[in-house]
Design a binder for this molecule. Sequence first.
Ligand code: DGL
Length: 301
Amino acid sequence: MMNGGIGFFDSGAGGLTVLADCLKYLGGGAVYYYGDNARAPYGNLPRSVMKKYVLEAFDTFAALKASAAVVACNTVTALFIEELRKKYPFPIVGVEPAVFPAAKRGGDVFVLSTRATFESDRLLSLCARARAAYPAAKIACYPCDGLAGAVESLLRGEANDWRKYLPAGAPTAVVLGCTHYIYLKEEISRHYRCDALDGNEAVAKRLKFLLENRERQPLGKNFAFLKPLATTFLKKGANCRLFLQKNRKNLRRISPKNRKIKNALNLYFLGSGRILNLKIHERMFGFNKKIVEMVKNPNFF
Ligand code: DGL
């Protein structure tokens, strides 16, 4: 049951937004969400430190014999995706800021990201290609130091003035180039009075395509999608077999209530932020609560 699961990685809670969109297309099996919230945000860390943390997460996916992984983080995609693809045996999907869909509309496009993404060759090259394809668009990139951290603290129920991290101006479209910013999608869109775009749907479709072609077995429509039925925590560095032995009872317990539906999807939270992310996932995606409600109620957790 644990073999062949799909790993999702982000420095913290941002990748849960990617996971939520991907879950629509996933059938049965294990899904791991590894969030390192205790050490997030990564966006201003030295590259070598960030790499060490990222490899810890991906080694865990490898130990769990993951069949695919999603880097649900623009920063880590921008800096390390090629290295990760070389090092690990499973296919890895990255996230890409929605610069092309925004540029296609023409007008003034703001691309908001962490500083590491902002300084990356990958974003530079993406914007250069989008400018060449859509010369009518004016694309400007901005590093939003502090914004990912502000979102993490909003999600912990601590109010803060996240607007101060946004660049001034009047864009006609905003690209959310960090998965953390997606929690503020509606608020950012209202702030600038224009659409805010993210690339999550494209990631979800890419993952679906990849799994279909790899397993030659259609996922999505043909499979029943179940909401995560229960969760189990796996400590960082834990041995996979030991984990399975210890959790045999739990694993049985989380089988679907409706026995007719065989393809249960089980979601496991890993990494230093596993408890926090479980709670955030339940609040934000399980019950569809808005971040503003959480801000109003700082004792949320
Ligand atoms: N969620 C991440 C991203 O998409 C990273 C935020 C951070 O840790 O700085 O870039």
